[in-house]
Design a protein around this ligand. Structure first.
Ligand code: F6R
Length: 253
């Protein structure tokens, strides 16, 4: 299902309220979490609303999608650090229930298998949050990733490294590889919310709309998910066919 909201702020409100409803109805829910610019306003609003409504988050479990290889949890540009900065340090989570892949694991392939196994042991993800790369990646499953891939180590594409260089100031170089949940773990989530905001996502969103399910545009796989929602702001939706845009905007007004 596609939905269009006016802007990133109204999306943050909407997604926060979905998350909070889920946590209230199932306090030990397993959430799949993403990082990146798209998630920042969402986590900020979520923290605000959780505090206002005094929601108990201490029993939820989370699994992050990915981490850069070579960056340990203490590295300021690691996704562990991102999660602490934008979410984990602000609320009363149980740290033993928060999982982010370890970019410094001595055997990355084994760590990937263990991460996947741990996720499976908890019963899998109930609600998965996703952003999307400007090349259509989800998690760090770059174009061409087989749909039957599980948690694995990936070489990041040039496009992704350029996109993400905005988070690495100065001479710091975007790592060349990452660990990511695979397409299988993502598709096993009972419910998926993919959020795309901003003009730089407009082209890939239009391509998603035009194309059949294809490994060349990883997030097209969500067309096969029974409970996936693609949540766009007007800028990200701006290159969808005009009639489609109009109908979707009327539906969410
Ligand atoms: C991050 C992740 C990536 C991002 C995507 C979009 O954990 O899995 O797929 O969601 O690269 O990033 P932003 O939101 O920075 O445009």
């Amino acid at each position: 299902m596609l939905q269009i909201f006016p802007d990133a702020s109204s999306i943050a409100e909407h997604v926060s309220s979905i998350l909070i409803t889920k946590i209230k109805s199932k306090p030990d829910v397993v959430l799949g979490l993403a990082t990146g610019g798209t998630m920042e306003p969402i986590y900020a609003r979520f923290v605000e609303r959780v505090r206002q409504q005094k929601v108990d988050v201490s029993r939820l479990t989370s699994f992050n999608l990915d981490e850069y290889v070579g960056l340990g949890p203490d590295h300021p540009k690691s996704y562990s650090a991102y999660m602490r900065q934008h979410l984990f340090q602000h609320l009363e989570f149980d740290p033993t229930r928060l999982h982010v892949p370890d970019g410094l694991a001595p055997d990355l392939e084994q760590h990937s298998r263990e991460y996947s196994a741990k996720l499976e042991q908890t019963g899998g993800v109930e609600l998965q949050l996703l952003g999307v790369g400007s090349n259509g990646h989800i998690g760090f499953n770059e174009p061409g990733t087989p749909f039957d891939s599980r948690c694995h180590v990936v070489q990041l594409s040039e496009r992704t490294r350029i996109d993400n260089s905005r988070f690495f100031e100065g001479d710091a170089i975007v790592p060349a590889s990452a660990i990511t949940m695979g397409m299988v773990e993502i598709m096993q989530a009972r419910e998926v919310l993919l959020v795309a905001t901003g003009e730089n996502k407009a082209e890939i969103v239009a391509e998603w709309y035009r194309r059949e399910v294809t490994e060349a545009v990883p997030f097209t796989i969500l067309k096969k998910h029974q409970r996936a929602r693609i949540i766009l702001d007007e800028a990200a939706a701006s290159r969808l066919p005009a009639d489609v845009r109009k109908a979707l905007m009327a539906a969410s007004a």
